[in-house]
Design a binder for this molecule. Structure first.
Ligand code: BES
Ligand code: ZN
Length: 461
């Protein structure tokens, strides 16, 4: 299989790429924030937009109703006997707050040099739209595809992904039956250096609420006579993690953690990694993490317990003298195989209740969870994907990630096929942050890589 085999389509992509970028901008203009009920109609509008683009590309496509946000499904199955590739992505985005830190309106995409800046640019509209444009370009050029394709794009990945989860389980893989899943919702290892991602963390997300008096009290009149919910919350949070060793202190937390394999530690250590540049890129005075592990090992393969927000009491300008009635915190625990998200939620609750000081009530609320996953990376389609990435950039390196894509473990269990996590993003894309961006050259590179993957997969004997 040589590069010239795709030259017809690659030339079309080159001619039409600005048009693809304009379409992506239209897609990004729809504020499909799945976590906020106020945006329900926009999420729906976004799903319909994507379905229409699939229809225009020549796929059969539909919106699938769910209890939550709709799924967008598309297919082209005109290559009997050839492999079937299932492309997964998500059309929902995280909220854009804090708005004042954006250089522009987060839903009015702006191209600055090579960077397309907008909420969802890389996570995941831009990356997954590259799949669709590659398929559309092949169909436009040749009227047919070298393989069968299916698309499943969900509208609630950022809010837990229950709809797709139950769809996959009920469908038991019939509608979604395939030979491999392709997902682009992660990053390359470095500019020009693609990666084959084989591990994602899971998640347990909890909220703590500490309640004391039935109203805010005068901190002089009552201070000292009642437990303060803010102090109690801080006491609990301070006991989640050892400040010296970085170890999580919840009893049993590490019991099921699968240790890093020797080959992984060796491979990670061989990757070019500049600690100092990494430190500077995030603006911290010093890196900190679990004793006994390198930065990459901590971020990719060791479980964490982190406060995501603390609130309650007087938070505005100046000093108001109160004992707050209540205080709360949101805490996420990123998990690695073989930790179980439900079990970890239980261990967390048992632990905080066991150390809870007197004089307050404590609520522990569980939000979404996701299972950690490690993926087998062998077989002809994996080889085809690696080669397709090398056609555009260079040979991918094997990496793990600290992020979570909840559906991956379900795909892996229910569909039982290889899952190819081919990220087109970059480490500095600012996902979930202000001024999220996607490099336009990576959007085009992603389209070319998928064109090559289609041709390479079609050539498998
Ligand atoms: N695209 C990310 C996951 C990701 C981030 C993978 C970085 C690889 C590198 C995904 O959209 C995401 O943000 N997922 C959430 C899931 C959560 C809400 C259950 C996450 O990881 O916080
Ligand atoms: Zn994403």
């Amino acid at each position: 299989m040589s590069l010239t085999d795709s030259q017809d389509v690659l030339a079309r992509v080159e001619r039409e790429k600005e048009g693809y970028l304009e379409e992506l901008k239209d897609y990004l203009r729809i504020p499909s924030i799945s976590t906020d009920p106020a945006y329900r109609d926009e999420v729906l509008r976004c799903g319909a937009f994507l379905r229409d683009k699939m229809l225009q590309a020549g796929l059969e496509a539909e919106l699938i109703e769910t209890d939550g946000h709709p799924l967008v499904y598309g297919e082209w199955l005109g290559a009997p006997g050839k492999p079937t590739i299932l492309f997964y992505g998500h059309y929902d985005v995280q909220p854009a707050d804090p708005l004042e830190l954006w250089r522009h309106d987060p839903f009015e995409p702006v191209v600055e040099g090579d960077e397309l800046v907008a909420r969802g640019a890389t996570d995941d509209k831009g990356q997954s739209y590259a799949h669709l444009k590659a398929v559309a370009a092949v169909l436009a050029e040749r009227g047919k595809l070298p393989v069968n394709v299916k698309f499943i794009v969900e509208g609630e990945e950022e809010s837990g992904g229950e709809a797709l989860e139950s769809f996959v389980r009920q469908d038991a893989g019939r509608k979604l039956a395939c030979d491999c899943v392709v997902i682009s919702d992660s990053a390359m290892y470095a500019p020009g250096q693609p990666s084959l991602l084989y591990g994602l963390k899971g998640m347990t997300y909890v909220e703590l609420k500490v309640t004391g008096p039935d109203r805010d009290l005068h901190s002089g009149s009552y201070g000292g006579a009642v437990a303060n919910p803010g102090n109690v919350l801080a006491y609990l949070i301070a006991r989640l993690r050892d400040a010296e060793t970085g170890k999580v202190l919840i009893p049993g937390f590490y019991d099921k953690v699968r240790p890093l394999a020797d080959w992984e530690r060796e491979e990670f250590a061989r990757l070019p990694f500049d600690e100092e540049a990494y430190r500077r890129s995030i603006g911290v005075p010093e890196l900190f993490g679990e004793e006994g592990y390198t930065t990459l090992e901590r971020a990719w393969a060791r479980p964490t317990c982190d406060v995501n927000g603390i609130f309650g009491g007087y938070m505005k300008e100046g000093a108001k003298t109160i004992i707050p009635s209540w205080c709360g915190a949101k805490v996420s625990m990123r998990l690695v195989p073989d930790q179980d998200p439900h079990e970890i939620a239980r261990l967390f609750e048992d632990y905080v209740r066991s150390i809870q000081p007197k004089g307050v009530t404590l609520e522990v609320i569980s939000h979404h969870g996701a299972e950690p996953v490690l993926i087998e990376t062998e077989g002809p389609l994996v080889e085809a994907a690696m080669a397709a990435m090398a056609d555009v950039w260079k040979k991918p390196v094997r990496v793990r990630e600290g992020g979570t894509i909840p559906i991956v473990s379900t795909f892996s269990k229910v569909l039982g096929v290889p899952i190819l996590l081919l990220g087109f993003g970059l480490a500095d894309d600012r996902l979930h942050s202000p001024n999220e961006k996607f490099n336009v050259s990576n959007f085009y590179g992603g389209i070319r890589a998928i064109v090559r993957l289609l041709d390479r997969a079609g050539a498998i004997a």
